[in-house]
Design a protein around this ligand. Structure first.
Ligand code: MG
Length: 218
């Protein structure tokens, strides 16, 4: 399922590329022993990695350590190529909840060898993504709380106020490299508290005023 609705409207988008930021919250960068980057660190997930609310994350057999990362998702509503930060938010159609599922053991091995991360980040089911609320429904996207619980126990509890690179700057930066098309999504990074999830557990991710996901793991 690669389409998402904007709730309360009849707008529907086919999701295209999913551009993700790494290390966009200082405390999370520190918990993984990474430097805080001067420019956004980017990677992508394919649309084939998407699942929706209630769908199951399936941990691939080549990993023993699958981590959750709750993230605010930004839906692009109109083409953005080389836009300036002050015009960037005009291209945002809505905000959603995502979990950047990450095979941490695989990613660490790839990082150590200087190899790309796709198999740790872009496998089938690696991108739970909710429907979107209209951009105007979120008063300040840099002042919402993000929470992730595993079997009801809260593991991540952060605020988008702690983002290093803010959404307008991120869109400006990304759009100078990859033209953003309607239906493209930006995952804006995760706060501290990431950790493993195992088969049989259930994740709930919630972003205030934006939405909620319930995702079992197998
Ligand atoms: Mg992430």
């Amino acid at each position: 399922m690669t389409t998402r609705n904007i709730t309360g409207t009849n707008q529907k988008f086919t999701i295209g590329k999913i551009v993700c930021l790494a290390r966009n919250y200082a405390e999370h960068a520190r918990e993984l022993g990474n430097e805080t980057p001067p420019a956004p660190v980017l990677f992508m997930k394919p649309a084939s990695s998407l699942i929706g609310d209630g769908d199951t994350v399936r941990i691939p057999a080549y990993s023993q350590e699958c981590h959750y990362e709750v993230e605010l998702a930004v839906l692009i509503g109109s083409q953005a190529c080389n836009v300036t930060a002050d015009k960037a938010l005009e291209h945002v159609a809505g905000y959603g909840v995502s979990i950047d599922m990450t095979l941490r053991d695989v990613q660490n091995q790839l990082k150590a060898k200087g190899l790309p991360w796709e198999i740790a980040k872009g496998f089938d089911t690696a991108c739970p993504l909710s429907d979107f609320v209209p951009a105007g429904a979120v008063v300040d996207p840099h002042d919402v709380t993000l929470k992730l619980a595993v079997n009801g126990e809260v593991r991540q509890n952060g605020t988008t106020a702690d983002m290093i690179h803010r959404i307008p700057q991120v869109i400006a930066h990304v759009s100078a490299i990859f033209t953003l098309e309607p239906g493209d999504v930006i995952l804006t990074g995760t706060p501290a508290g990431v950790g493993p999830v195992r088969a049989g557990e259930t994740m709930t991710a919630e972003i205030a005023t934006v939405g909620r996901l319930t995702i079992p793991v197998a």
